[in-house]
Design a binder for this molecule. Sequence first.
Ligand SMILES: Cc1cc2nc3c(=O)[nH]c(=O)nc-3n(C[C@H](O)[C@H](O)[C@H](O)COP(=O)(O)OP(=O)(O)OC[C@H]3O[C@@H](n4cnc5c(N)ncnc54)[C@H](O)[C@@H]3O)c2cc1C
Ligand code: FES
Length: 509
Amino acid sequence: MADTTQKATTDFTKGIAASTLADGGLILGRVGDDEVVLARSGDELFAVRAQCSHYRGPLADGLVVGDTVRCPWHHACFSLRTGEALRAPALDPIPCWRVDREGDTIFVREKLPARSAPGLDSRGLPSSIVIVGGGAAGVAAAEMIRRRGYGGPVTLISADADPPVDRPNLSKDYLAGEAQEDWIPLWPTDFYAEQRIDLVLGRRVSSIDPAKRIVRLEDGSERAYGALLLATGADPVRLPIPGAQDDRVRYLRSFADSRAIVERAATARHVVVAGASFIGLEVAASLRARGIAVDVVAPESTPLERVLGADVGRFVRSLHEKQGVVFHMGETVARIDGRTVTLSGGAAIDCDFVVMGVGVKPSVAIAEQAGLTMDRGIQVDEYLETSAPGVFAAGDAARWPDPHTGERIRVEHWVVAERQGQTAARNMLGARERFEAVPFFWSRHYDATINYAGHAERWDEVSIDGSLEALDCTVEYRRGGKTLAVATIGRDRANLDAEARMERALARR
Ligand SMILES: Cc1cc2nc3c(=O)[nH]c(=O)nc-3n(C[C@H](O)[C@H](O)[C@H](O)COP(=O)(O)OP(=O)(O)OC[C@H]3O[C@@H](n4cnc5c(N)ncnc54)[C@H](O)[C@@H]3O)c2cc1C
Ligand code: FES
């Protein structure tokens, strides 16, 4: 996944020459049994744990920006001063060590005690906070609310029966049979009790009354809120295909959905995936890892072309074909009849079951019913507040004014949803912080991981530096000469650099 992989051979307690660490540099070493990364920002020196607290990405291959370090895998950002996970997808802090400089030699000394967050000014805080949605945005918000020191009641209501999970894993390692069941929950259930987060599972909010500041649940109960976050995500699109209501047709959004596919896959030999979306293709890859034959059916001519362009789309298709996936592009599923899937062109495929991966639509029914301003999603301002005061929205359901493109956008990215949840949380506590993060997502296809920073719905120029086939390239999407987005394969550091460039471009405006 990373461009370089350093080895932790240097013993930092014995000292290293200061000249070996340039400004912005990162060196991997050890302090006793701990792998530690030493960082320099200007004249300041820092030492933090070498592994990211998300999936243990190698921070020594990351990027120093000011007094932060960013992870090369999924762009988490940590404070070098305190170890705090400032930006998702990492939520837990990393430890820090004391650094000494004696003449031209740098020593890393003892591990520093964890620092607690500065106190929160209690003036103007909401009496209680309700979060609707136990996904990326909702969970990141709940954690941030407590991290910032809010002491009032926090309720997290989720229609999912399971405690919040690492959703991206559901189409990847878990579905491929390479991740254990207990890796999937974001936190153990006692985390919510410890943090005094009232976790209400398997229950759906049916309406909101913004005037009375109340949410109603389907069972008729009510919860009052001082501030409300709508983090309802998105629901899989269900096409009106004859036979698609059959039990043999599966959708993938929740842990329960993924488990159901795993259960079916145990005895399956052949599966049809309808839709060449990111999720559809990841499902195809995971089922191939289980030795199941997979046919992908999709109406467009090239998979992922709308997001990544024709060259990358063709390349992703070739990766899947090398693994034995059969594509039926330019076709749709016309009918499902027991084991037989009939395509629009008339061909019939015999399969054990069908996975529908034909996209999602924002889950906005309760926002619409409450009379909030809608714009192909829930419209929010730069602070992620909806048209109703005290009601915020984040994640797949929200459309926000993206300062990088100057457009109002809505995306379906894990990291964006979590970061929006974090910003909305701070704003519910009075921070008035603009959401300005550069959108980022990743997608994995066998040994190729695509990292994508920025947002390009339309472009007039695409350039590829390096080689797709060698899994070593940078793809830039430009419009009117301006770089809107950068996708990389095998160049994680270049993707971090691109994100930082887009941030600097915004700061200069
Ligand atoms: C299988 C899969 C793989 C993915 N892989 C990637 C990836 O590799 N990279 C990436 O960037 N993104 C990926 N995504 C997308 C990413 O998971 C989403 O962008 C992200 O989860 C959105 O977060 P969210 O909080 O907005 O919504 P969600 O995580 O979907 O959470 C929404 C929550 O709201 C609840 N809810 C909805 N309505 C109500 C209601 N009325 N009352 C109570 N609760 C309600 C739902 O039950 C759910 O708990 C993937 C998605 C899926 C499904
Ligand atoms: S491993 Fe560091 S952000 Fe995912």
